[in-house]
Design a protein around this ligand. Structure first.
Ligand code: ZN
Length: 133
């Protein structure tokens, strides 16, 4: 599983970073902790976690947290994102698929129950008809 612009991270390594990041998740309501690790075209890695809120609509997913961190640091092109939950595969929700599509319609989305069961799919496969202005 190779990345087009991969310099340092394999899919499994990116997944490991996501799995470690989830320790910082804030999920007191669902107990469903998720971590992500986003690799940009320059080889930089940004982590994210889900952050729930008492006002449930204010909750943000791990994928968007990583994207917002990266975007706010000036990054605009992304190669891959790994998503890790505890003992189950976590696929990105519809909002996150659309959010990622805005910047990287073909980003590689790496998911799995653990590093031995990783799957990599293009976002364009997960969201075939994404919306863009
Ligand atoms: Zn989401």
């Amino acid at each position: 599983m190779d990345f087009t612009n991969n310099r340092d991270a394999s899919a499994a390594e990116l997944y490991d970073i996501a799995a470690k990041a989830l320790e910082n998740a804030y999920a007191p309501f669902s107990g469903f902790r998720v971590g992500s690790a986003l690799l940009d075209a320059d080889g930089r890695i940004f982590t994210g976690v889900n952050i729930e809120n008492s006002s449930f609509g204010a909750t943000i997913c791990a994928e968007r947290t990583a994207f917002v961190k990266a975007l706010s640091e000036g990054s605009r092109e992304f190669t891959a994102i790994a998503i890790a939950a505890e003992n189950e595969e976590a696929l990105p929700c519809g909002i996150c698929r659309q959010f990622m599509y805005e910047f990287s319609p073909d980003i590689l989305v790496i998911t799995g129950k653990d590093r031995e069961t990783l799957a990599a799919r293009r976002l364009s496969e997960l969201l075939p008809l994404g919306f863009r202005l």
